[in-house]
Design a protein around this ligand. Sequence first.
Ligand code: SAM
Ligand code: SF4
Length: 323
Amino acid sequence: MKDKYGREIDYLRISITDRCNLRCIYCMEEEGNTFFQEEDKLTKEEILKIVSASAKLGVKKIRLTGGEPLVRKDIVELMEGINDIKGIEGIYLTTNGILLEEKVEALKKAGLKGVNISLDSLKEEMFQSLTRLGILKKVLSAIDKCLELGIKVKLNTVMIKDKNDNEILDFVNLTRSKNIDVRFIELMPIGVGSKFKGISNEDILSLIKSNYGDLEEIRRDKDGGPASYIRLKNGKGKIGFISAISNCFCEDCNRIRLTSEGFLKQCLHFNYGIDLKKILRNGASEEEILNVIKNNIYNKPEKHLFMKKSEDKELKFMNQIGG
Ligand code: SAM
Ligand code: SF4
């Protein structure tokens, strides 16, 4: 369905847990993070009811995220359930990749179409320092396993000033030999992310242009995603830019978000939305749920205001919202 600005909303991102096996420095604190209680999280059945109602309103694409979605024990069954819902054309996953190698075959059978793997460094020491708990080898073998199984892989990379920003060209070079898209995501001032300085995608693009003469411009992702793309001459994969800060893509935004505690959010930036869990647990019928979601989609805000002070700015951390 369309929102009041005429945007077709057909994409639902679902955070299935706020827990994570890593503690990336720009996403979570090292210690003292608070997590939702188990009973406050949506159950598999509740998530399926919401997906089913959303599909009737035109949602076709689902992405499972978190926290780290692969730490949720029933993810395979959940994916199977979503895959059986009429109208759902693709299920995707955003993951840190640590548990992916061992789960990806079962996930593929359950309907997984593609993965976005978050990877901010190709150097063991820096990877460890950025994620606090990560083991790079596990992520690299998960990437190879996905490619072996024919699952589309996109890497999400956040560059932080004076940390990993000397690795930009190493990531670019990955696209030369492997069929992987590398997407640079600008650091957003959300939660603990406000403590760090990111690198703008304009600066990353200038660096790439000054190092490589022949670049093919591809612009917009065919699936309507927010990235614009280029490609190295003869490169197998693409290089993407998701520039929420320097070049907001709100006019093409096609998504809504569901947090693991059942809050339906219209936009990453704002703290408002609808408590669908409360409505579900009060015994609402599917039609009532459908109407609430419809109203929420229709009233999606025109754009985010990340760089302005606003009272309704989201204060939660990314692991709680679902990045
Ligand atoms: N744990 C999974 C992962 O890391 O892919 C899924 C959830 S994580 C919150 C999703 C994405 O959000 C990751 O790619 C991460 O880099 C990104 N992210 C977290 N905090 C961010 C911030 N402040 N600005 C930009 N991206 C952020
Ligand atoms: Fe966990 Fe993903 Fe946040 Fe890193 S970015 S701490 S992997 S939720």
